[in-house]
Design a protein around this ligand. Structure first.
Ligand SMILES: [Zn+2]
Length: 408
């Protein structure tokens, strides 16, 4: 929907009209974007660090309805996390019939004091996934929601960690195995055609528990599966072999870290350049990425700290999988180098120096680790310099840095 407006009053009128008409659209929207259409003026307004000053998003107030909470179901995902799902008395919301809504986690249910057979407020957060906001009314037959005790997939006794419940049966819980395999083989992951939602689970019958097990499967074994007779089995063996030549971003996505989708995976690949560097990344280093906030950074460090996940990464490496990453920047004096700046430079600000390094193919990180290739030390360099010396990392001064820049 496009509209041209003259001045603020008209902008306001148009936004209000879109809001009142949007239920009738064939698509879901949660807001409108106001943009300056004069290109010369756009140029003048310019950008902040991250956003243009000539465009701004207006979010509509999310629509809310009240309906009956009939029951709560529990689902187990690929990380073992148990997600409660509200089963609702069907209700119209934003032009769709809603029967289910997310409840985030077990702690969320307790905090909201939800009961089976009570009325709840439901909202479409970002107008896409419906969410139960809280209790609207309790009735005599309302009973508190009982927290799940056992895994709905494997029957294991659940563990409580913070606000979440987890199935501890990491390697043998069918739903977890299925979830991990499907995610691993998906288009943004290893892209192994043939292993999709419906086929993944039967691979458990031939001993597959971890995605890493796929790489030791042979044709004979695969042929014993219902859906993989004859040619299909050999095709799958080929596809698995071919998938080993994987891009770093796809590899990171395939690991199945909570809150790391394909966009974040790409950014992580760009920033860290290798699996080892990502694995060693601190929360602070992760937070340096624009789109990575506290929750995502924590998901990543927590994921790698769990031995079960570390084992997957190690086994993929042992299978000879060496994900490749092509730096988009031109080859230059710092090509492929991980550089740390410390102390103060006379001729450059920290951000200017970083920019120059990045333009020449290097990546700049804020702390020294075993994966650092080069440290540029200005005056009054402190603990980072000491650490670099200890680790035997190449250290250069500002003059040498200027020389390297000029050599390019
Ligand atoms: Zn389970």
């Amino acid at each position: 929907v496009f509209e041209r407006a003259n001045g603020f009053d008209e902008i306001k009128r148009i936004i209000e009209r879109i809001d009142s008409e949007r239920d009738g659209y064939d698509f879901l929207i949660d807001g409108a974007v106001v943009k300056v259409n004069d290109f010369a003026l756009r140029e003048k307004l310019g950008y902040t660090d991250k956003f243009p000053r000539w465009a701004i998003a207006f979010k509509f107030k999310a629509e809310e309805v009240v309906t009956r909470l009939l029951d709560v179901g529990w689902q187990v995902g690929r990380t073992g996390k148990i997600t409660p799902l509200a089963l609702l008395s069907p209700v119209e919301l934003c032009g769709a019939t809603i029967k289910r809504a997310t409840l985030n986690n077990a702690g969320d249910i307790e905090r909201k004091g939800l009961c089976v057979n009570c009325d709840v407020y439901v909202r479409r957060s970002n107008d896409v996934i419906p969410e139960v906001l809280g209790i609207a009314e309790r009735f005599p037959d309302s009973v508190p929601v009982e927290k799940a005790e056992f895994c709905p997939s494997c029957g294991a006794r659940l563990e409580e960690r913070g606000a979440n419940l987890f199935c501890p049966n990491r390697s043998d819980c069918p739903k977890q195995v299925e979830g991990r395999l499907t995610h691993f083989c998906s288009k943004n992951g290893f892209d192994i055609e043939g292993i999709r939602d419906k086929t993944a689970r039967q691979f458990m019958n031939i001993g597959v528990r971890s995605p890493a097990d796929l790489f030791s499967l042979d044709e004979e074994k695969i042929k014993t599966l219902d859906k993989f007779k004859d040619k299909k089995a050999s095709k799958l063996v080929d596809a698995i072999k071919k998938s080993k030549d994987v891009k770093l971003a796809n590899f990171i996505y395939a690991l199945g870290i909570d809150n790391v989708g394909s966009v974040t995976a790409k950014e992580l690949a760009e920033k860290f350049g290798s699996v080892d560097a990502l694995r060693a990344a601190t929360k602070e280093q992760l937070l340096e990425i624009d789109d990575v906030g506290e929750i995502v950074a924590e998901s990543i460090t927590e994921w790698f700290s769990e031995p079960f996940n570390g084992a997957l990464t190690d086994r993929l490496k042992a299978e000879g999988i060496d994900p490749h990453y092509e730096n988009k920047t031109v080859r230059g004096a710092f090509s492929g180098k991980r550089v740390v700046l410390t102390g103060s430079l006379e001729n450059f600000t920290r951000s200017k120096a970083s920019e120059l390094i990045e333009e020449r193919g290097g990546t700049v990180s804020s702390s020294v680790s075993a994966s650092t290739d080069l440290v540029i030390a200005g005056s009054e360099a402190g603990s980072k310099l000491e650490k670099a010396e200890k680790l035997g990392i190449e250290i250069i001064d500002e003059n040498k840095f200027i020389e390297m820049l000029q050599s390019d």
